[in-house]
Design a protein around this ligand. Structure first.
Ligand code: DAH
Length: 345
């Protein structure tokens, strides 16, 4: 019996040693140590042994069992370690490899300007409003004192969609919309930045451009309020020490009307190519809201007055960033746009 056990042990150890994977190891465990295994069978047959032999054989079987179990455990550990090493080798991450570049977008120069203008006017108590880009003749012109056939319509080459609808040529259209929406209530203090369209195309004019409109209506609004507001606006956007010049002009929706020039921020007013040797650069249209416009849009000109102004945001962006062709702002060329990512840092 002893020899038989030793033989089982020998064969079993060989088999465990030979096992090359977890499955073979498990098969060996079942074959020798399982319920129907060879060692278990020996234990079962112990009833036939003499009283002296029994404990000797019993303890031998147990020793062999433990030995086999240990051997199996040890083999299992070896597999685990080998598997871990294999994984570590296969799944190594080379941290010295150059990483994939994460490209960060940047704000469009026009959006930068719009946000700056909005921040400034919001800080002065204005609301930011918007209006449709596909506008009616009524709001774009008629309600701004430009009835059909008015010669001043010729100043704006328009894209008409039908005889009543056009792409708005000026954000001034929002003045009338705001007044109508406020139904005679005051104060009105709004700016409206947005896209505008005219049949233009050269280095300083694009068929699509951007304007910001300003409108204030209340009791006792005067030219002094307009001047003070525009001084803050222009100096904040273009330079604190700049001078402003109010030049009488004509706009159908304001009376009196002014074009506002700023002393050239490039040459300081001495004269250069930017200001065409005049020392001044035109930046804004403005004026005191025409009584007809107040009346047409629900405000009594005897009681209320207001000022309005409008300026091209593209021009402001071009001045501020030294852009020489307005069309660059609308071509979505990343080589151009990428240059502005530095402004965020
Ligand atoms: N809408 C005018 C334009 O596009 C600019 C302008 C002038 C706006 C005078 C105004 C204003 O609000 O009062 O040329």
């Amino acid at each position: 019996m002893k020899e038989e056990i030793e033989k089982i042990k020998k064969v079993a150890l060989e088999e465990i040693e030979k096992a090359t994977n977890a499955k073979e190891l498990e098969d060996a465990r079942v074959k020798y140590l399982g319920k129907k295994g060879e060692l278990t069978a020996v234990l079962r047959g112990m009833g036939a042994l003499s009283a002296e032999e029994r404990p000797i054989i019993g303890s031998l079987v147990n020793t062999v069992k433990t030995e086999l179990e240990q051997k199996i455990d040890q083999k299992e550990k070896e597999y685990e370690i080998a598997e871990l090493n294999r994984k570590l080798k296969e799944e190594t991450i080379d941290i010295t490899l150059p990483s994939t570049k994460i490209t960060r977008g940047s704000k469009h120069p026009l959006n930068r300007i719009i946000e700056e203008v909005e921040d400034l006017f919001v800080s002065m108590g204005y609301d930011v409003v918007s209006g449709p880009e596909l506008e009616t003749d009524e709001y774009c012109f008629e309600r701004l004192n430009l009835p059909k056939g008015h010669p001043a319509r010729d100043m704006q080459d328009s894209f008409y969609i039908t005889s009543e609808y056009l792409l708005r040529t000026q954000t001034s259209a929002v003045q009338a919309r705001t007044m109508m929406a406020n139904e005679g209530k005051t104060p009105i203090r709004v700016i409206c930045p947005g896209k505008t369209y005219r049949r233009d195309d050269d280095a300083t004019h694009s068929h699509q451009f951007s304007q910001v409109e300003g409108l204030v209506i209340d009791k006792n609004i005067s030219l002094a309020d307009l001047k003070g507001t525009l001084e803050v606006f222009v100096r904040k956007m273009l330079g604190e020490n700049l001078e402003l010049r109010f030049r009488p002009s004509y706009f159908p929706f304001t009376e009196p009307s002014y074009e506002v020039d700023v002393s050239c921020f490039k040459c300081g007013g001495k004269g250069c190519n930017l200001c065409k040797q005049t020392g001044w650069i035109e930046v804004l249209g403005s004026g005191i809201v025409h009584p007809n416009v107040l009346k047409m849009n629900g405000y009594d000109p005897e009681k209320y007055s207001g000022f309005a102004f409008g300026t091209g945001l593209d021009r402001l962006a071009m001045f501020k960033y030294g852009i020489t062709d307005i069309r660059l702002l609308y071509q979505n060329d990343v080589r151009f746009l990428n240059q502005f990512d530095r402004c965020d840092r």
